[in-house]
Design a binder for this molecule. Structure first.
Ligand SMILES: Nc1nc2c(ncn2[C@@H]2O[C@H](COP(=O)(O)OP(=O)(O)OP(=O)(O)O)[C@@H](O)[C@H]2O)c(=O)[nH]1
Ligand SMILES: [Mg+2]
Length: 225
């Protein structure tokens, strides 16, 4: 029993190290696209971060890559207005998406971003998984449900990342995570596990790195299956 637990921990530590090494690699800005023709060519496996405005998408990319200023963040919602592509260690493409649910931008702008994001999500052949960010203080809202349904319809695999865990009390956090997990279990294209993170405190970042490494490195690199 004790032996198994130890080896489980060792396996996890090995996977975390694989993730750490990948994310310690160079990460370069590739492209900012505000229309479908401006998307960079399909080359590497790609994962993207989607979610409401201000949920913490750009901050999460910075936390994962350990670079404070790689993706531009802001206290004002609506900071990221294009699809921003980053190349990680020439192995994985990371995409920072514009947020949805931001009411104070001009309506035509909102429509253009929403259309572009939807077209990208539904039609990008290299897209391995969408990471849908949910604020730990708010849980799933109506705009999130629209995206979840779109992803289910287009059969794009997606997973939920809870953000800003540092801003929520432990008991509320576990309650909101249980509620969220129950809701996503009804969606066919959803990965059942939640990733609970804080870009501020670093909670959950190494686990998410280890998970992301699986989209671009061969299976033999990992201990745990
Ligand atoms: N306390 C705390 N604040 C966070 C965390 N992640 C992001 N923030 C803050 O939340 C605000 C929005 O973060 P962004 O990363 O710009 O959010 P975004 O989802 O990229 O927003 P848009 O580009 O507008 O869609 C900023 O003020 C961040 O500092 C976190 O884990 N903890
Ligand atoms: Mg952003």
């Amino acid at each position: 029993m004790v032996h198994n637990e130890t080896s489980g921990e060792e396996q996890l530590a090995k996977d975390i190290e694989v993730g750490r090494l990948l994310f310690a690699g160079q990460c370069d800005f590739i492209a900012a696209a505000n229309n479908m023709r401006a998307l960079p060519p399909v080359t590497l496996p790609e994962i993207c971060f989607a979610g409401r405005s201000n949920v913490g998408k750009s901050s999460l990319i910075n936390a994962l890559t350990g670079r404070r200023m790689l993706a531009r963040t802001s206290q004002t919602p609506g900071r990221t207005r294009q699809l921003i592509f980053f190349n990680l260690a020439r192995r994985l493409q990371l995409v920072d998406l514009p947020g949805y649910g931001y009411a104070s931008a001009p309506k035509t702008d909102i429509k253009a971003w929403t259309n572009l994001t939807r077209r990208y999500l539904a039609g990008r052949p290299s897209l391995q998984r969408v990471f849908l960010l949910i604020d730990s203080r708010r849980g799933i809202g109506p705009a999130d449900r629209d995206i979840m349904n779109l992803l289910d319809e287009t059969a794009v695999s997606w997973a939920v990342v809870m953000t800003k865990a540092d801003k929520q009390k432990a008991e509320n956090l576990s309650m909101i995570c249980n509620e969220t997990a129950a809701k996503i279990s009804k969606h066919v294209a959803a990965f059942p596990e939640l990733f609970v993170t804080s870009s501020e405190s670093g909670v959950g970042i190494e686990t998410l790195r280890a998970h992301l490494a699986r989209f671009c490195l061969p299976k033999e690199n990992f201990a745990a299956t």
